[in-house]
Design a protein. Structure first.
Length: 301
């Protein structure tokens, strides 16, 4: 599984890692293009020079390969340094100085191509000193601007680090009093009305339910139900008292006083009859036993 690529590309990832947050996308593309292009040209110049050494000096074949090698390497170094200036968040005057230095070095390269090999290094009119002097001026300008851009960048990074450390130190040393904390809490809770339960208070008396709240609830409609009908306010109050458990349920009789008196009289008569029967059994106990024995003897005969 391949690694996840950065959203803006590897160039932006490298820029954020080593320099900082980019300000302009064009500067990144141009800066990296000049920097990498300078490195590529230097490698090409090295290959051409090594190939030219296989031929005898000052021959046609040697000049054919050595001349472009010298010219390319003279251009590669200024382009590489200009790429560094473009990449760094430097001032405009520093960038303009670098561009001017590159232009001077290009003029020196053109002079070299004109003078080499007939008017170079002791041959012909010998423009070696003039070409080298012009090239040195241009290279000095671009070197100074590149150094200024690097120094400014590092100073800016140092100031940023110091500012971050100072801010962190202030945050660590900052203390809050109880009054400040209470004031912050009051400001945060201003306009919020809470009830005793911690729930935000509302003024209406409506209950709103969404249709999704009861989707997963099933109700058995076939189950037996009982219907309770109200018999009046007194009955409802008595029922509520019974549910509370504070009072016991009272049962009232529907019969009259005369009915109750007649039932009491009947109960007393029944008790008296039972008492008399018990007394008779106790007094005739021996005679009844003799009669039973006599009847048994008669049955045997």
């Amino acid at each position: 599984m391949s690694a996840e690529q950065p959203a803006d590309g590897y160039l932006f990832d490298l820029y954020r890692r080593y320099i900082g947050e980019p300000e302009d996308r064009t500067d990144i593309y141009v800066g990296f293009g000049l920097f990498l292009g300078g490195i590529g040209l230097a490698i090409i110049a090295l290959v051409l020079f090594l190939w030219s050494t296989t031929f005898e000096a000052r021959t046609a074949a040697y000049v054919t390969w050595s001349e472009p090698a010298y010219a390319i390497v003279m251009i590669a170094l200024p382009l590489l340094m200009l790429g560094i200036v473009v990449l760094l968040p430097s001032e405009r005057r520093v960038l303009y100085t670098s561009i001017a230095g590159v232009a001077v070095t290009i003029a020196a390269v053109a002079g070299f191509l004109y003078a080499y090999p007939d008017h170079w290094n002791g041959y012909g009119n010998d423009y070696t000193v003039q070409v080298v002097a012009v090239y040195a001026v241009g290279l000095a300008g671009i070197t100074a601007s590149t150094g200024a851009a690097l120094i400014a960048h590092y100073l800016d990074m140092a100031r940023t680090i110091e500012q971050v450390e100072a801010d962190e130190g202030e945050d660590d040393n900052e203390e809050f009093s109880d009054a400040d904390i209470r004031e912050d809490i009051d400001n945060a809770m201003e306009g919020v009305d809470l009830s005793w339960g911690g729930v935000e208070k509302t003024e209406h008396r409506r209950l709103n339910f969404s249709g999704d709240d009861f989707d997963e609830i099933s109700v058995d409609t076939d189950a037996g139900t009982k219907t309770a009908r109200s018999t009046g306010v007194d009955a409802q109050v008595a029922g509520l008292k019974g549910l509370k458990g504070g009072e016991k349920k009272k049962t009232t009789s529907q019969s009259t006083v005369d009915d109750q008196t007649a039932k009491l009289k009947q109960l007393r008569e029944q008790q008296q009859a039972e008492e008399l029967a018990t007394a008779d059994d106790g007094s005739l106990g021996p005679l009844s036993s003799l009669l039973k024995r006599f009847r048994n003897l008669v049955k045997r005969q």
